[in-house]
Design a protein around this ligand. Structure first.
Ligand SMILES: Cc1ncc(COP(=O)(O)O)c(C=O)c1O
Length: 369
């Protein structure tokens, strides 16, 4: 199966290790196992040390699926299947549900899986681009105009990466009402990471019978190294996904399953640790935007990223490469997300690095513009 190059991941492979101030990372200050066990007040992990490392429960332990289902309103362990990260979850959804004769509507800018995988399957992918003048939210009339009887699936990210826009429940219900019965895949890897409680949303799996939620521990839980993700949807959809899943997953590592269960069982403590970091990063970002004449931004409501628009006549790839080689500051070029003239900033990782990196960037902008 031929597939486009994954531009975001290629950028990170090439440049992340060269950065002194990595302002592109989307995780919230990752957690070590020691910190996780301290937060969870666990001092004895004998049960995992004694466990024989066979495949374990093929679809993931009941303990972990129960913990995942607690993130939803009306979902049970049978509505969950565990995957290798959200990246594995999204891939499985597309491979399970989309056929070459289908149409898919993908809402961009987005993580590239959401359009390149269905394209690689041979489906017709219609790209609906969000616009800053609409606060990066989908326009319902535009969406409606793209839907046909062949629309199999609508895919979106909520909160959005890179813009941080949040589709609140009322707008999501409008999307559902014009969907014509298509599946809606909501990549909810950033759900719960919000700067104010009013931006918290209900999962698509709890709003819509054909809604499919994918998520993981990478972002809000600061545990990307565990490589645990999941799909949550109605039982029929999960059965179809499990059929496909036999071919590329078998099971999630028992070690990851164990620590992931601990993390989810202590989700409130992890969010208590993380939300102040999100708010602190947001404050640094918004104060900086107010004083930086070359950058504009629709400030994010959720997630860990912001999409910065710059006023220079240079491509985002060129700008990011030159900035990195001159200063060591790393952003993600908007072109990797199909929108030139923008840079993606991850603002929740390390507050000191963010503050220093943004001020170095401002000095650089003064010199070059
Ligand atoms: C929107 C989105 N979906 C999925 C992923 C993949 O996440 P994971 O580390 O859980 O595989 C990312 C990673 O950046 C992402 O931003």
């Amino acid at each position: 199966m031929k597939i486009e190059k994954f531009k975001v991941e290629e950028w990170f492979n090439e440049y992340e290790s060269k950065a002194k101030y990595d302002l592109a990372d989307t995780c919230i200050d990752s957690i070590s196992l020691k910190e996780l066990l301290n937060l969870a007040e666990i001092d004895d992990i004998g049960e995992i040390l004694d466990k024989k490392l066979n495949y374990g429960d093929i679809q993931g332990s009941l303990r972990l699926k129960t913990a995942v289902s607690s993130l939803y309103l009306n979902q049970n362990p049978e509505n969950i299947t565990l995957t290798h990260g959200a990246i594995g979850a999204n891939q499985l959804v597309f491979l399970s549900l989309v056929e070459p004769e289908d149409e898919v509507i993908s809402i961009l800018p987005a993580y590239q899986q959401h359009y390149s995988i269905p394209e690689s399957i041979g489906a017709e992918v219609k790209r609906l681009f969000l616009k800053p003048e609409n606060n990066w939210l989908p326009d319902i009339e535009e969406l409606k105009s793209l839907i046909t009887p062949k629309t199999k699936l609508i895919s979106l990210i909520n909160p959005n990466n890179p813009t941080g826009a949040v589709i609140e429940d009322s707008l999501m219900k409008d999307i559902i009402s014009v969907s014509g019965g298509a599946y809606i895949l909501a990549d909810e890897v950033y759900r719960g990471i919000v700067r104010e409680e009013r931006f918290n949303t209900t999962s698509i799996a709890d709003l819509y019978e054909r809604g499919i939620s994918t998520s993981s521990l990478s972002k809000g839980f600061s545990l990307a190294g565990l490589r645990v993700g999941w799909v949550c949807a109605n039982k029929n959809i999960i059965d179809e996904i499990n059929h496909q899943r036999q071919y590329n997953t078998i099971s999630v590592s028992q070690i990851d399953d164990y620590f992931a269960s601990i993390a989810l069982e202590n989700k409130d403590k992890i969010f208590e640790r993380n939300l102040p970091k999100v708010k602190q990063g947001y404050k640094i970002l918004s104060d900086w935007i107010n004083t930086e004449p070359h950058i504009s931004c629709v400030l994010p409501s959720g997630g860990t990223t912001a999409f910065l628009q710059y006023d220079m006549k240079v491509s985002s790839y060129e700008l990011c490469k030159k900035l990195l080689s001159d200063t060591g500051v790393l952003f993600l070029p908007g072109e990797t997300l199909e929108l030139d003239g923008f840079l993606r900033l991850g603002y929740c990782n390390d507050a000191d690095k963010l503050q220093t990196g943004l001020s170095i960037f401002s000095d650089w902008l003064k010199q070059v513009s």
